[in-house]
Design a protein around this ligand. Structure first.
Ligand SMILES: Cc1ncc(COP(=O)(O)O)c(C=O)c1O
Length: 359
């Protein structure tokens, strides 16, 4: 068996442990004589899996009892529409802090449903920083304030949460489960699965119960969070395989010591990679130091004509998916939970050697 070090931004690496369990489970899942893909989502075995997944996610994130945990489809992108659909009426104003491409996209979706106030926008510096909170232009009566706590493309992350009591909505797609968070600071959290949760196809929404009541009555059933809450996320046939893998990942994280343990590892991984970049004139990271992401580390080579050679060399060294997003250029190492510290060490060694031979 040969496994590479996979720095993909998503769909991203999954823990080997989990992949091996999947392999062993495929023909006969939990003694059913069937794979998990072949059983009814309403059968007792799958219903038990769904309950366990929710319980484990609640434990991992210490989700308060007055929050619903929903498993939906449509990715984080559909939630960018479902947030305004469920929380705002056409006469409402909602605030968005735009610190990257995903937040910009979310604001664009909200404009279809209500008035959007861009409270802050970091596009003036190519999304390399988070505007100081004191300069945000928030509305007086916003129905909510939307943030993207980790912007996956530019690698910009909030290391604080805004003040005030406006309902906070967070797209945590690329940071959820990377460390402990205070769920109670948010009204709604949403996250596509394909970074730290499991395979693409399932989306986690964590919503405070009172917010489920705000949706207009004419909203299509599947667009309504309350419908998922009332049906244990079995509103229609759910993505059972993705749900099954998410359950395995949650159990795997518990075994590793939970999010406190993951946070310590993730911080160390990120710090050593940034330290290596900062120590060199050959590589640089354009993001302001106090808002660098622990999960997505973009870096550019001083001589961009070497990009192709870097990517070829790194792939040959079994370090894959390092090409940066086209809007940023250069490289990006996504170092989610399932990317081991050894992969980061191997990348740092490769970078040093590449600099030595090409610098
Ligand atoms: C922060 C963030 N939000 C939203 C998305 C879009 O997610 P999806 O493809 O699940 O709709 C992504 C991309 O993967 C992302 O990184």
């Amino acid at each position: 068996m040969s496994r590479v070090h996979n720095f993909s931004a998503g769909p991203a690496a999954l823990p080997l442990d989990v992949l091996e369990t999947i392999r062993d489970d495929i023909p006969d899942w939990e003694g059913t004589g069937m794979s998990v893909m072949e059983v009814s989502h309403r059968g007792k075995d799958f219903v038990a899996l769904a309950a366990r997944a929710e319980a484990n996610l609640r434990k991992l994130l210490t989700i308060p009892d007055d929050y619903a945990v929903l498993f939906t489809q449509g990715g984080a992108t559909l939630q960018m529409s479902m947030v305004p659909m469920n929380l705002a009426s056409p006469k409402d104003t909602v605030d968005y802090v735009v610190t990257g491409s995903w937040g910009k996209k979310a604001a664009g979706e909200a404009r279809k449903f209500c008035s959007v106030n861009i409270a802050a926008d970091a596009s003036d510096q190519n999304f390399t920083y988070i505007p100081d909170e004191s300069a945000w232009q928030r509305s007086d009566n916003a129905a909510y304030l939307h943030l993207t706590p980790n912007e996956t493309i530019a690698g910009v992350e909030f290391h604080f949460l805004p003040s005030g009591d406006t309902t906070l909505i967070g797209d945590l797609s690329s940071t959820i489960l990377s460390r402990p968070i205070d769920v109670s600071r948010y009204g709604v959290i949403y996250a596509g699965a394909q970074k730290n949760i499991g395979p693409a196809g399932i989306t986690v929404v964590i919503a405070r119960n009172d917010l489920l009541e705000r949706a207009p009555a004419n909203l299509p059933h599947l667009m309504t969070w309350k419908a998922y809450a009332e049906s244990d996320s079995m509103t229609n046939t759910p993505p059972t395989f993705a749900w099954y893998v998410a359950d395995l990942v949650f159990r795997h994280l518990q075994k590793l010591g939970g999010l406190g343990a993951m946070g310590a590892i993730n911080e160390r991984k990120a710090q050593k990679l940034y330290a290596a970049i900062d120590a060199s004139d050959f590589y640089s990271n354009p993001v302001r130091e106090d808002c660098r992401s622990w999960m997505n580390v973009p870096f550019i080579l001083a001589d961009a004509s070497l990009d192709g050679r870097f990517l070829e060399g790194s792939a040959a060294a079994e370090l894959t998916n390092l090409k940066g997003h086209r809007s940023v250029g250069g490289m990006r190492a996504s170092i989610y939970n399932a990317v081991p510290e050894a992969a980061v060490d191997a990348l740092i060694d490769f970078m040093a050697e590449f600099e030595r031979t090409n610098g």
